[in-house]
Design a protein around this ligand. Structure first.
Ligand code: NAP
Length: 251
């Protein structure tokens, strides 16, 4: 292994990469040498520019991932722009907050559909080509709520606990076919997703006090873990959920 984290000549598809963790992962993968397809419903103008500034190819595929309707088209467009998908990062996700006793079916379905159902069927579509080639990397974005219950976010907890289970289920079926399926579980990261928590003085203080590293994570803190799991350095890592959490789970 001369450069075990080198992704030169590789192609990656990242969902929800216009901002936050998805943007940081896309940029980190491009720094490691990969060409990128970024998939989402908002224009990823800044992300495309950052990837191109690293000298890599960046294509935008516009799709609303709240249903699986666009999945086949997304894979077709990525294949025709990049030739194939070596690395899939299932990052797009939403959160809805309400007391469990008042939680609506709409808030349940919206979160489960985006965070769990689309993640599975996009993985399935991409895995078909990866199995035919005998190689590929799938990285799912899990959460601390893959391990814990959370407060006032029941559908999010169900979806991210499901992501942990699915990561292992897909790894079990596809590891022998050359596909590494793993997940990253970010801790508390400063993005739009956590804006409500960051703005809530009490909760914010409780959260920081409980993090051994003593600070919120930044989206860029997740990039290196994604490069590792996307690279040949992780060829014997299967079904793992890698916490990048400043020590939150160790507490
Ligand atoms: P974010 O800034 O809100 O980013 C979420 C991304 O998902 C955005 O690009 C968003 O696009 C996209 N997305 C949401 N619904 C979509 C849809 N229907 N179709 C296409 N794209 C959609 O939040 P983030 O914190 O970076 O979240 C990224 C992932 O990390 C999520 O899976 C989240 O659950 C997970 N996570 C975050 C934290 C944290 O502390 N921030 C912790 C653990 C896990 P739009 O901009 O168009 O909405």
């Amino acid at each position: 292994m001369i450069a075990p984290f080198d992704l030169s000549g590789k192609t990656a598809l990242v969902t929800g990469a216009n901002t936050g963790i998805g943007q940081a992962i896309a940029v980190a993968l491009s720094q490691a040498g990969a060409d990128l397809a970024v998939v989402g419903r908002s224009a990823p103008t800044e992300t495309l520019a950052l990837i191109e500034a690293n000298g890599r190819k960046a294509v935008n595929i516009s799709a609303d991932l709240s249903s699986i309707a666009p999945v086949a088209r997304v894979v077709e467009e990525a294949n025709s722009a990049l030739g194939r998908i070596d690395i899939l990062v299932n990052n797009a996700g939403i959160i809805r907050r309400n007391d469990a006793v008042d939680f609506t079916e709409e808030d349940w379905d919206a979160v489960i559909d985006t965070n769990l159902k689309t993640l599975f069927f996009l993985s399935q579509a991409v895995a078909k080509d990866m199995i035919a080639r005998g190689s590929g990397k799938i990285i799912n974005i899990a959460s601390m709520l893959t391990f814990q219950g959370g407060i006032r976010v029941p559908s999010y907890t169900a979806s991210k606990s499901g992501v942990g289970g699915l990561t292992k289920a897909m790894a079990n079926e596809w590891a022998a076919k050359g596909i590494n399926v793993n997940a990253i579980a970010p801790g508390y990261i400063e993005t739009n997703n956590t804006a409500a928590l960051q703005a809530d003085g009490n909760r914010n203080r409780q959260i920081v006090d409980r993090i051994p590293a003593g600070r919120w994570g930044k989206a860029e803190d997740i990039g290196g873990a994604a490069v590792f799991l996307a690279s040949s350095a992780a060829d014997y890592v299967n079904g793992h959920i890698l916490a990048v959490d400043g020590g939150w789970l160790a507490r």
